[in-house]
Design a protein around this ligand. Structure first.
Ligand code: AMP
Ligand code: MG
Length: 404
């Protein structure tokens, strides 16, 4: 059995970011940039008014009240070819270009208009309510870096940079194969000794939430020929994920059968709970992750191994976030030699600290407590017994379908 850290390092080592493709900026949210992106436009491209009001020469309103003659009207999207000379002003609106000669905006609320004349009641120093050209960014500025996962904020910036197309990494295509004679998809006819499959759909949802494309290859019964046949469909994917059939029983066929079919196993079995029988290798050249069948093991291993693998394939840099910690709300027993991941709830203690309370029953088949969990408490191998109030490392389940 190898450690979780070593398993993760060995899983990730051979993975590389997928090739780039060009997508419309409209379709790019959640995608990872494959190249640095420079602005093709200065923003704002010219000095603009930040307010509705009057473009003036600051020196003309140094003493108020001051009466100025209105010689132009400049809405956003229009320009004024002339110049504002001493004693003159232009009616101007937010986003309109500042006319030549003017160097400040007097807001509408500080004026009174009378036909072609405006009386200014409050002065404005040079530059007041003027957004200078290039205030936000200049043409050629590199504002988005390769490896950035694009949020709606980045999409807005890219659009303002006049970048209608972006090069992003391909989304990882993930083949998902469940196994087991007892497994039936939700809604399908179900035999007397069968159960409803949850893994394949949970995994597909997980892959989607990580920005990948799930491909449900099917469910292989515990029969070598059927397994061979269905597994072949994983060719052409970027990552092949199976659930179940990788343990030590006679009906756990994945390792033996697929080894005859071009599976090269790197390692099998990790010193962790849940998820001990996890397998990593390459099936006909496609990186493969053999997840244990128990639904909690499947999803905990997905968080620990599948998510980082998808991130690396997607072109994201490796996560360097510091380990999150929380205060135990209950005491914990000493741990054995396997790294434990306890399903747990987070709550606010009366003093405002984040307090974590593991569920009492930690059975790897139980989906209800998993779904109700906020986080996993990490118990390293041989961790000592801990009293309530001790600090423990946790992994929170990431929230939200896409980063905002
Ligand atoms: P296995 O690793 O194939 O021995 O499966 C371990 C446990 O997980 C067994 O109780 C299986 O019935 C269960 N299991 C396997 N695959 C699924 C699945 N797709 N959905 C729900 N439970 C599963
Ligand atoms: Mg099985």
């Amino acid at each position: 059995m190898i450690s979780v850290e070593e398993a993760l390092a060995r899983l990730l080592a051979p993975l590389e970011a997928l090739s780039a493709e060009q997508v419309s900026v409209a379709d790019a949210v959640g995608r990872v940039l494959a190249e640095d992106v420079a602005a093709r436009r200065t923003q704002p491209p010219f000095a603009v008014s930040a307010m509705d009001g009057y473009a003036v020469r600051a020196e003309d309103v140094a003493r108020v009240p001051a009466s100025l003659r209105i010689i132009a009207e400049i809405p956003a999207g229009a320009g004024f070819a002339g110049t504002i000379c001493t004693g003159e002003a232009a009616r101007i609106f937010t986003g309109a270009p500042l006319p030549a000669g003017a160097d400040a905006i007097v807001i509408q609320e500080d004026t009174e208009r009378d036909g072609d004349w405006v009386e200014v009641k409050e002065g404005a120093p040079k530059g007041r309510y003027v957004r200078r050209a290039g205030l936000d960014f200049a043409e050629g500025d590199v504002l988005l870096q390769a490896g950035c996962r694009l949020t709606p904020r980045h999409i807005g910036l890219a659009a303002a940079m006049n970048r209608p197309w972006l090069f992003v990494h391909r989304r990882p295509r993930v083949g998902i194969l469940s196994t087991g004679d007892e497994i039936v998809m939700p809604g399908d006819p179900i035999g007397p000794h069968q159960i409803v499959s949850s893994n394949a759909l949970a995994l597909a949802a997980f892959v989607t939430a990580c920005g990948g494309v799930p491909i449900l290859v099917g469910n292989a019964p515990d029969d070598p020929d059927a397994l061979r046949h269905i597994a072949a469909a994983a060719q052409g994917t970027d990552l092949f994920v199976t659930t179940g059939g990788v343990s030590v029983g006679e009906h756990d066929l994945v390792r033996d059968v697929l080894s005859e079919e071009g599976l090269a196993i790197d390692f099998w079995q990790i010193a962790m709970r849940p998820g001990k029988p996890l397998m990593v290798g390459r099936y006909r050249g496609v990186p493969m992750l053999g997840l244990p069948g128990n639904p909690v093991s499947t999803l905990v291993c997905s968080l620990l191994f599948l998510k980082p693998a998808l991130e690396k394939l997607s072109g994201l840099p490796e996560n360097s976030e510091p380990q999150a910690m929380a205060r135990l709300g209950v005491a914990l027993k000493q741990n054995d030699r396997r790294q434990d991941y306890l399903r747990a709830r987070l709550q606010r203690a009366p003093d405002g600290a984040l307090e974590v309370v593991p569920f009492e029953v930690q059975d790897s088949s139980m989906m209800r407590p998993l779904a109700a969990s906020d986080c996993l408490v990490i118990r390293p191998p041989h961790a000592p017994a801990l009293a309530a109030g001790s600090e423990v490392p946790i992994i929170t389940f990431p929230g939200g379908a896409l980063p905002l």
